[in-house]
Design a protein around this ligand. Structure first.
Ligand SMILES: *Cc1c(COP(=O)(O)O)cnc(C)c1O
Length: 393
């Protein structure tokens, strides 16, 4: 008999009933150190006082009115994001997938409005993950995601990740209108494009007149030690997808764009009933009030260096279990020799949560405000996890 929850996930037999910062408490009382943060969502850990305050204050005032009216918190959040980033304008969604939908629609509308409606093709990359809608699975293009869900939305051309010659060649096609890429692939196994490659991608887009869409759903919102990952490369996109960390656990996403890229998106061309509702926007404003502070970002960088150094030591101590550290900032990965799924299991036994990804990698995506003591504790548990995994292998 089919479970009452549609069984599209293989869930671990863990049921958390409380969260406190970087800790999750199982209903049996065990305290797990959370290095997954709800897959890079709980940017400030669990039950952060300023987020709880923002949400409960807003909940007592107003939950929802719809986008038929002015929404004060939405306006404030858009203004703040415009102030903090390359963007001139923002649209709020409820998820990363919906941000992908709009990014794709916006790019196509841009060319349509410019009188070049043939420029519908979007270049995407192996190992990409942009969500689970029809457009997002077409963008990723793997059999695992599209199998059985055809007909697949046309117009996506898949290239090897980071293959700049292939990108330049593909951009010669006059029907290509945009490039969609993650500066650091998350689901794809914590694979960094690298700053110089990102600059090359920007330059190749400029040379071809194509739009650059960055998917910063996982790597954005201070995860790499800058508010957005592309800032390290000193280039900006035309369109950017944001979600996960921006809501700190409340479902909200966004598409940020330049005025030029958004030119086709006039009244009536897109919408969302819930998108930009006061609850999500109030929480996102509170997240930004903390994470956009330069002193907070400096701490993320300091802690990232501390954790990374520990992970390098872990790889050196357990060459039979791990073969490399990957990633940037607090978006880190360990490539495993035994199956990553077994390492994750060994972590559960040590009351430690890590998240598997492609390329036999485990992801470490801790809360950005994890303490030095918690990093030390995480490294001790990772070491025990590795010993356990080595014994089982
Ligand atoms: C998680 C993720 C998405 C999809 O976001 P949802 O909120 O799950 O729809 C898109 N892109 C990237 C890079 C992601 O990590």
């Amino acid at each position: 008999m089919i479970p009452s929850v549609l069984p599209t996930y293989n869930r671990a037999p863990l049921n958390f009933t409380r969260g406190e910062g970087s800790w999750l408490i199982e209903r049996d009382g065990r305290r797990f150190l959370d290095l997954g943060a709800g897959i890079a969502v709980n940017a400030l850990g669990h039950a952060h006082p300023s987020l709880v305050q923002a949400l409960t204050d807003q909940a007592g005032a107003l939950w929802h009115t719809s986008n038929l009216y002015q929404v004060d918190r939405q306006q404030a959040l858009a203004d703040r994001l415009v102030e903090l980033t390359f963007a001139d304008t923002c649209f709020f969604t409820n998820s990363g997938t919906e941000a992908c939908e709009l990014a794709v629609k916006m790019a196509r509308k841009y060319w349509h409005a410019k009188g070049q409606p043939e420029r519908v093709k979007i270049l995407t990359f192996d190992g990409a993950f942009h969500g689970r809608s029809s457009a997002a699975i077409a963008a990723a293009g793997t059999e695992k995601m599209i199998g059985g869900f055809g007909p697949v939305l046309p117009g996506f051309v898949h290239l090897p990740f980071g293959d700049l010659p292939a990108l330049r060649k593909a951009l010669e096609d006059p029907e290509v209108g945009a490039v969609l890429i993650e500066p650091i692939q998350g689901e794809g196994g914590i694979r960094s494009l690298g700053d110089s490659a990102l600059r090359e991608v920007r330059a190749a887009c400029d040379a071809a007149g194509a739009l650059l869409i960055l998917d910063e759903v996982q790597c954005g919102v201070a995860r790499t030690g800058r508010l957005f990952a592309h800032e390290w490369a000193g280039v900006t996109p035309d369109i950017m997808m944001v979600a996960k960390g921006i809501g700190g656990g409340f479902p909200i996403g966004a598409v940020l764009a330049t005025e030029a890229a958004a030119a086709g998106m006039t009244a009536g061309t897109h919408g969302s009933t819930y998108g930009g509702n006061p609850l999500g926007c109030a929480v996102a404003l509170a997240v930004l009030a903390t994470v956009a502070d330069p002193s907070f970002l400096a701490e993320v960088n300091r802690k990232a260096a501390l954790l990374r150094q520990g992970l390098e030591g872990l790889v050196a101590a357990h060459p039979d279990v791990f073969d490399e550290v990957r990633g940037e900032g607090l978006m880190l990965g360990l490539r495993c020799r035994p199956a990553a799924a077994e390492i994750v299991q060994a972590g559960y036994a040590e009351e430690l949560l890590v998240v598997p990804a492609a390329e036999n990698t485990i992801r470490l995506l801790p809360a950005l405000n994890i303490s030095d003591e918690e990093i030390a504790e995480a490294l001790a548990r990772l070491d025990r996890m590795a010993q356990r995994a080595a014994k089982a292998a």
